[in-house]
Design a protein around this ligand. Structure first.
Ligand code: GRF
Length: 198
């Protein structure tokens, strides 16, 4: 079976990218990372791609940035775009190029705490449970149909760092799982709901 070709967009550390690369290399899914693109040339994620001999590039943030990202994704024949800590909002025109083919991981149980600093938002709000969400990307900010979620407890002595670490562990499980479900064409989107068909 042909492997689903992934383009992973990153800005930072890249632990989710690593989880995706590892899952691909261990044949846990019929997918392969075709290209890694960062809007931050210093991103550790780029080093992770380099180490595994995966094509990678840094693109500038200017007005041509998104066009360059698109050109790279097309060049590498990407079929699914995975945002993994990518700190930029994609335009509606970009999303039209990949209908229902852009997914994101968010460090909270959406629709709670969308946008920036989700972990800090959750702590400040005083929730007792938080978690991670993988969702399809639509034109809103963290508003697209939800694919998978995983919950973690919030402890009284949690800091933003300790809670984020607990959430990241879940992210590293559910992001590859979500990609696997897409690779096996096991998902159907009905309005806001993502239904499993297998
Ligand atoms: C993750 O918490 C992800 O949910 C958020 O940005 C963080 C990226 O972490 N969107 P990493 O770069 O994958 O380590």
């Amino acid at each position: 079976m042909k492997k689903l070709s992934l383009g992973v967009l990153v800005s930072g550390n890249g632990t989710n990218l690593q989880a995706i690369i590892d899952a691909c290399e261990q044949n846990q899914m019929d997918a392969t990372v075709a290209v890694v693109i960062s809007n931050n040339p210093e991103a550790r994620a780029l080093q992770r791609a380099k180490k595994r001999n995966i094509p990678h590039a840094a693109v500038a943030n200017g007005p041509d940035g998104e066009r360059n990202v698109l050109a790279l994704l097309k060049k590498h024949r990407v079929e699914l775009v995975c945002l993994a800590g990518f700190m930029k909002i994609l335009s509606p025109a970009f999303l039209k190029e990949f209908p229902n083919r852009v997914i994101n991981i968010h460090p909270a149980l959406l629709p709670a705490f969308p946008g920036l600093n989700a972990v800090a938002q959750a702590l400040r709000h005083g929730v007792k449970i938080s978690g991670a969400t993988v969702h399809f990307v639509d034109v809103g900010c963290d508003t697209g149909p939800i694919i998978l979620q995983s919950a973690v407890p919030v402890y009284d002595d949690d800091t933003e760092a300790s809670l984020h670490e607990r959430i990241l562990k879940e992210e590293h499980k559910i992001y590859p799982q979500a990609i696997r479900l897409i690779a096996t064409e096991s998902l159907k989107i009905e309005g806001r709901r993502v239904i499993r068909e297998d």
